[in-house]
Ligand binder design. Structure first.
Ligand SMILES: Cc1cc2nc3c(=O)[nH]c(=O)nc-3n(C[C@H](O)[C@H](O)[C@H](O)COP(=O)(O)OP(=O)(O)OC[C@H]3O[C@@H](n4cnc5c(N)ncnc54)[C@H](O)[C@@H]3O)c2cc1C
Length: 434
């Protein structure tokens, strides 16, 4: 980081000096049964974002830190809608309600103080976050897990255009909007899916979506086609299974085109201007390129991947921006060699919680953390494949490296794995939110 960047960071982070409160070192009084008595670790950790990373880190800070570690989880929404399995809303297998998780169990089972508000700024000097309500909350350690924000595709600047051409890459109204558009497609229609250049959230996700939409269209909208315009030079994850899916299971329906460029989209007429020429579609699902959540970029913590994501120390997930000591960034916002995925965000939450608890008792972080990424992928409306990898810390490169050199894909695509996927999802969400 150069001097100008450091100045910008400190400027962006400053929220003024008036009325500052001291970080709370109070011993938390409320101790549910599952939370151990004080372990010797004392402090107040504020977690911003109650998604896959934030919920996990909050829970494990209490479980491993004990009741001396007070945890405040600040989340802008009243509940969390899972992106994981949200593609199954598109073909009617799941509802958003079935993918919605509240924070009641985190509060009840672990004594986490859950606050519904948006964090709008951070003051690293006085160690406070500023909330949309105007309140300030002091911290000893701060963990940010705000997910991603989207870049704007030319032509899709307005809210109306983004409704006409949804990304559905943040589960919620965009998901049901896309579902309804697919449902209203005529037989023999064209569905166009655009994939941004990596890194983006959930590497196999867009290919999975192409597959399940193709399966739905085959069944309900005969003769329809799925055109996949991928900005990447090749399929970015689970290449064997998707190659098989595109070239045999969904042959004649999916037209996969790597190295594609989308110049702009005319949302009113549903026309894409691309390196393949003008393409008129019935439904366009355009997934924009992504960057770290707004609070990360607004406060200058986005010092990696050409300013798109946050550089972190892989032993603690602490920011590598100088002057940002005590601020940790996990999940999709961080720049790591691990995929931007919910399962990994949960794992990063645990590594980060462990490092923070150790630091509160004056210990160094675990010098050799390991994480696991697992993902089931629906290939049709009733069959699935899977992809998994174990990552281990590699000291010379200071990064997480895949054990064995590459992720492992399932060698078959079948119905049993679809059932296993439901169990994996239930376990992961239970593990994170209960
Ligand atoms: C279609 C699709 C399918 C997917 N499938 C899988 C899968 O099968 N397996 C898998 O592992 N991953 C999957 N993912 C990826 C996964 O959803 C993300 O990687 C994961 O949710 C990232 O966790 P996170 O904590 O970084 O962000 P999120 O889970 O997005 O959580 C961020 C939270 O922060 C809150 N927030 C943001 N800013 C603020 C602020 N300033 N103040 C307060 N709150 C704030 C948001 O409201 C949100 O609740 C999928 C994603 C998509 C889009």
């Amino acid at each position: 980081m150069n001097m100008q960047q450091r100045r910008n960071f400190l400027k962006a982070l400053g929220v003024g000096g008036a009325g500052l409160l001291a970080p709370s070192l109070a011993r938390a009084a409320y101790r549910p049964e599952g939370v151990p008595v004080p372990t010797g670790a004392y402090g107040h950790v504020v977690v911003v974002g109650g998604g896959m990373g934030g919920a996990a880190v909050a829970k494990y800070l209490r479980l491993w830190g004990g009741s001396g570690v007070k945890v405040t989880l600040i989340e802008k929404n009243p509940s969390y809608i899972s992106n994981i399995l949200s593609n199954s809303v598109l073909y009617g297998k799941k509802t958003l309600q079935q993918l919605t998780f509240t924070y009641a169990n985190l509060a009840k089972n672990y004594g986490i103080n859950v606050v519904q508000a948006e964090v709008t700024n951070i003051d690293p000097i006085s160690r406070q976050v500023l909330l949309s309500t105007g309140a300030r909350v002091g911290y000893d350690r701060l963990v940010l897990s705000p997910g991603i924000q989207f870049d704007v595709i030319p032509g899709l600047e307005t809210a109306a255009a983004q409704t006409a051409v949804p990304h559905a890459w943040q589960a919620g109204v965009q998901t049901t909007n896309l579902r309804d558009q697919i449902k209203a497609m005529p037989a023999g229609g064209l569905f166009v899916l655009t994939i941004p250049a990596a890194p983006y959230r959930c590497p196999p996700g867009p290919y999975e979506r192409a597959c399940v939409v193709a399966d739905y269209l085959k069944t309900y909208k005969p003769r329809s086609k799925v055109l996949v315009l991928d900005a990447n030079a090749a399929i970015t994850a689970e290449k064997n299974n998707f190659t098989k899916a595109f070239s045999s299971i969904h042959a004649g329906v999916i037209d996969y085109r790597p190295a594609s460029t989308v110049l702009s989209i005319d949302a009113t007429n549903r026309v894409l201007d691309t390196n393949w020429g003008l393409i008129k579609a019935n439904v366009i699902n355009a997934i924009p390129s992504q960057r770290a959540g707004k609070i990360v970029t607004a406060t200058g913590l986005n010092n990696a991947t050409n300013g798109r994501f946050a550089g972190v120390n892989m032993l603690s997930y602490e920011s590598t921006v100088s002057g940002a000591g005590g601020i940790h960034i996990i999940g999709d916002s961080s720049a790591t060699t691990q995929p931007k995925a919910g399962h990994i965000a949960n794992q990063e939450g645990k590594v980060c919680a462990d490092a923070i608890v150790r630091s509160l008792v004056g210990q160094a972080p675990d010098p050799a953390p390991m994480t696991n990424s697992s993902c089931y992928t629906p290939i049709t409306m009733s069959t699935a494949s899977w992809l998994t990898a174990v990552y281990a810390y590699d000291a010379p490169s200071a990064s997480m490296k895949v054990v064995g050199g590459a992720a492992t894909e399932s060698t078959s695509i079948n119905q049993d794995q679809y059932q296993e996927m439901e169990k994996w999802f239930a376990n992961l969400m239970q593990e994170t939110f209960s």
